[in-house]
Design a protein around this ligand. Structure first.
Ligand code: PLP
Length: 264
């Protein structure tokens, strides 16, 4: 991305993390590390640090729409990453905007609850997420608790995770990357991908650390890889490796043990 060459651009529609570890801040760092120019539309602002979310502010949806429209009015956007959407009104506004602008690729991270336990999506917003946003996603990237909420039942083991992929595809997702970090077992980290053609496992050694912003980073890395012309499967595979490396070299900037990712 040097000289006069036009950079590729990715847009993140997500929440801000004042602690700099997750959300928009993680997304922009990930885009930059992949040589992609990052655009951002803030759907929510959180006051948080490495231990807790202490407050959430959701700006008016008309203003979110203005941010998204401004980005599409000027930039050639290769992929959109979607993160924290807070409530059903925001979800509807984002779905309307995507239907207007029809981006080439949409990576949907269905953010619901933070690792710290803070709720990042209202109860009652799930139906809107399922009916309006899932069908617009190129790939959906839930973790196990998010997949359980989307499907309405528990996912207890590897076998159940494989079945969940098929059920998530049946909800009208084009492809799913189901993150395996929350499954029991001390072995490797297994993330499972299914695009309706094949089920593929991406395996990385499990790191014995508490990470913050891993989900945001994974979805942004997929979006950045898609912007750069990688096919979806390769984009997801490379993104899982990126998160592993960034977490391995991560550091704890706050008072707690929680690590943020190193994007360099
Ligand atoms: N804050 C914001 C704004 C987020 O978007 C997310 C996750 O997507 C989080 C916090 C939670 O991050 P984690 O669960 O990795 O701690």
């Amino acid at each position: 991305m040097t000289g006069n060459a036009r950079p590729v651009c990715a847009l993140t529609i997500a929440g801000s993390d004042s602690g700099g570890g997750a959300g928009i801040q993680a997304d922009l760092k990930t885009f930059a590390a992949h040589g992609v120019h990052g655009l951002s539309a803030l759907s929510a602002l959180t006051a948080q640090h490495t231990r807790a979310v202490t407050a959430v502010h959701v700006p008016p949806v008309d203003f979110l729409r203005e941010q998204i429209d401004a980005c599409f009015a000027d930039f050639d956007i290769g992929a959109v990453k979607i993160g924290m959407l807070a409530n059903a009104r925001v979800i509807r506004a984002v779905a309307d905007a995507l239907e207007t602008h029809r981006p080439r690729a949409v990576v949907l991270d269905p953010v619901m609850v933070a690792t710290s336990g803070a709720k990042l999506l209202d109860d009652g917003a799930l139906d809107m997420l399922r009916s309006r946003l899932l069908p617009l996603a190129t790939v959906l990237t839930p973790n196990i608790p998010e997949a359980e909420l989307l499907l309405g039942h528990a996912i207890a083991d590897d076998e159940a995770a494989e079945a969940a992929l098929v059920e998530l595809l049946a909800l009208d997702a084009s492809a799913v990357l189901l993150k395996g970090g929350h499954l029991p077992g001390s072995g490797d980290m297994v993330d499972r991908f299914d695009d309706g053609e094949a089920l593929i496992e991406f395996v990385n050694p499990r790191l014995d650390v508490e990470g913050h912003g891993t989900g945001c980073t994974l979805a942004s890395a997929i979006a950045a890889n898609l912007c750069r012309g990688m096919p979806l499967r390769e984009a997801c595979s490379a993104a899982t490796n990126y998160v592993h490396g960034a977490l391995k070299h991560g550091f704890a900037p706050g008072k707690g043990p929680v690590r943020v990712l190193a994007h360099f």
